[in-house]
Design a protein around this ligand. Structure first.
Ligand code: KPL
Length: 297
């Protein structure tokens, strides 16, 4: 297949090299246009992959059969709006990012949209991307037009297993959102790796209680205790990780808070639910972002 990967950060580079190894024709697409993109990855077996592919080629884009989007949530809408006219109308777009809310922003796009979440872990060490842990990528329809695209799961699974297809992604997406609402801002509050959050059980219980109330109103069967079990399992399996939000805050970059806790708060408001603990974390992260944005002016 001809596949364009939009966003060539850690996850984008891992997908580019895995898809190319599987025989697919790939190109990268960078927001700041460049003719080539270089990939420098240490794969799960410890092998170094150093390759350069074409990037930002409009002809390739016009023939693309799958667009894989590995941008941060807040970059997705604008980037896709700039590309949509050059992309075939039937080309599936797979979104792989933290948080929720981008689908609402992309309702009028002609292309079928798939949503995905992944537990693959990668970290940057200087200019090298290290694929530190294998994981599962869950994908499914984001719009009704993409309901029949389950064969893509098999194509992706051959390149970077495991990939699982879900006819309904709501449950998996909400669970992942819950984990991100707890882990990401709390690692900023405590300035710690994910595993150190095990010491903050009461705070996590309060957050999960609020999140479970919102999820139940959104039609998800859950409870504070089952969410806590899930969140603690993620904390344990990613104990050595520095969360993406803590990495962003340390590097003074914009975080995905609007699509994580921000999305939860928007749904809570629409349902008339108060979420003081989550609101406090949201405000705290926004303040940190504003502080360094103000310094730049
Ligand atoms: O998705 C993550 C992130 O850091 O953004 C978790 C699950 C918290 C793993 O670090």
């Amino acid at each position: 297949m001809k596949i364009t990967v939009l966003g060539c950060g850690a996850l984008g580079q891992i997908w580019l090299s895995a898809l190319n190894k599987q025989g697919h024709e790939v190109q990268g697409w960078l927001r700041v246009p460049q003719p080539y993109c270089s990939v420098n990855v240490i794969d799960l077996e410890g092998n170094a992959v150093n390759k350069t592919w074409i990037a930002n080629d409009p002809q390739f884009l016009a023939q693309t059969e799958l667009l894989l989007v590995t941008l941060k949530a807040w970059q997705v809408s604008e980037a896709l709006r700039n590309l949509q006219a050059q992309l075939p109308a039937a080309c599936p777009i797979l979104l792989l990012h933290n948080g929720m809310g981008t689908l609402d922003e992309l309702k009028d796009l002609p292309q079928p949209i798939l949503q995905g979440i992944t537990t693959h872990a990668a970290k940057r060490d200087g200019t090298v991307i290290i694929h530190v842990a294998s994981g599962v990528t869950h994908i499914g329809p984001g719009t009704p037009e993409s309901a029949g695209l389950s064969e893509l799961a098999e194509v992706l699974h051959q390149a970077l297993p495991d990939v699982a297809w879900h006819n309904n992604m709501a449950s998996a997406s909400w669970q992942k959102l819950a984990a991100n609402c707890v882990i990401n801002p709390l690692t900023v509050v405590w300035d710690c790796r994910n595993g150190e959050l095990l010491a903050h059980r009461d705070q996590i219980a309060r957050l999960c209680g609020e999140i479970a109330t919102v999820m139940e109103r959104e039609g998800q069967h859950t409870s504070r205790d089952s969410l806590m079990d899930y969140v603690f399992a993620v904390i344990e399996s990613t104990a050595e990780n520095t969360s993406s939000m803590l990495q962003d805050i340390r590097a003074e970059r914009r975080t995905e808070i609007e699509y994580i806790t921000g999305y939860l708060l928007r749904r809570a408001r629409a349902q008339g639910i108060t979420t003081p603990e989550n609101s406090r974390l949201y405000e705290l992260i926004k303040r940190k972002e504003q502080d360094y944005e103000r310094e730049r002016i």
